[in-house]
Ligand binder design. Structure first.
Ligand code: IPD
Ligand code: CA
Ligand code: CA
Length: 273
């Protein structure tokens, strides 16, 4: 793909992310409705819906023929379309609902299934992370790069736990314990999109998670790759967004982290509820 449409997609994604972020700030600390969507802890607020409406309005105004997969609206248009926007209008809803300021808007564009444009906007901190394939990655419009950390023992990682964590032994607890012992620490940010943005800008050295949705990852994948990092499946094979699993690092610790993830033994005491 030549540069021009990618730049246009990036600029429109930015406009949409800023619009969504402004909505999130307008509701910050003023929520009237916090519901559980299904599983315990999976929250939905009026801010999620209002942000999504703004984001969709911008994308649909500019690209009426593109397909959309948005967390609150679901699928709009043909999911096999050449251009598919994967949108999370509020990634980190639990944080947001508790006024813990780690959340953002995530807008990714898949072109023929390949994550190609990504914008993550963290409105509380006014941090705008942007990237498009071949165009590099920026934080607040300045070039950003992954960290140089070369050893797991010196690394700071991040992960998360999906809403089905009470129902499955494959809930990432064993991986969390295993990697906590091998590194300088493992954070649980509560926003996969911002976790990925933080890997991309070098604050964190690596991220892994399971049970994610395309809208959590599509933008962040582009940020990490364009910032010089690596994104794969846990085993180092090609990243496939539909699996919900991701391993994203600065590249230098990638093989070591992959190897450790494959070696994790289940925690003996886990009992599904
Ligand atoms: C969640 C966040 C969280 C991750 C969950 C996601 P939401 O998204 O990204 O970090 O651990 O799996 O579902 O519900 O806040 O949009
Ligand atoms: Ca999300
Ligand atoms: Ca969300």
């Amino acid at each position: 793909m030549n540069i021009e449409p990618l730049q246009l997609f990036l600029d429109i994604a930015t406009e949409a992310a800023l619009a969504g972020g402004a909505v999130l700030q307008s509701y910050w600390g003023k929520l009237e409705s916090i519901q559980e969507k299904g599983r315990p802890g999976d929250l939905l607020t009026e801010a999620d819906r209002a942000s999504e409406a703004q984001v969709l309005a911008v994308i649909q105004r500019h690209f009426p023929n593109h397909a959309i997969l948005a967390e609150e609206s679901g699928q709009l248009g043909d999911q096999a379309a050449e251009y598919l926007w994967a949108i999370d209008p509020l990634d980190g809803t639990t944080n947001y609902a508790h006024q813990y300021p780690f959340y953002g808007v995530s807008i990714g564009l898949l072109i023929r299934g390949v994550p190609s444009v990504g914008v993550v906007f963290a409105p509380f901190h006014q941090e705008l992370f942007r990237a498009a394939k071949g165009l590099g990655a920026t934080r607040n419009r300045q070039p950003m790069h992954v960290s140089q950390t070369a050893a797991l023992a010196q690394s700071l990682l991040v992960t998360g736990f999906a809403y089905d964590r009470r129902e499955t032994a494959d809930n990432n607890y064993a991986e969390f314990c295993h990697l906590t012992h091998l590194t300088q620490g493992v954070r649980r940010g509560g926003s996969a999109a911002i976790d990925l943005a933080y890997v991309a800008c070098g604050r964190l050295d690596g991220f892994w998670e399971r049970g994610l949705s395309p809208w959590d990852m599509a933008a962040g994948v582009v940020l990490v790759e364009e910032a010089g990092g690596q994104v794969t499946a846990y085993d180092g094979g090609p990243f496939q967004i539909q699996t919900g699993r991701i391993l994203a690092t600065n590249g230098r610790i990638h093989a070591a982290l992959s190897q450790e993830l494959l070696q994790v033994k289940p925690l003996p005491e886990f009992q599904p509820q």
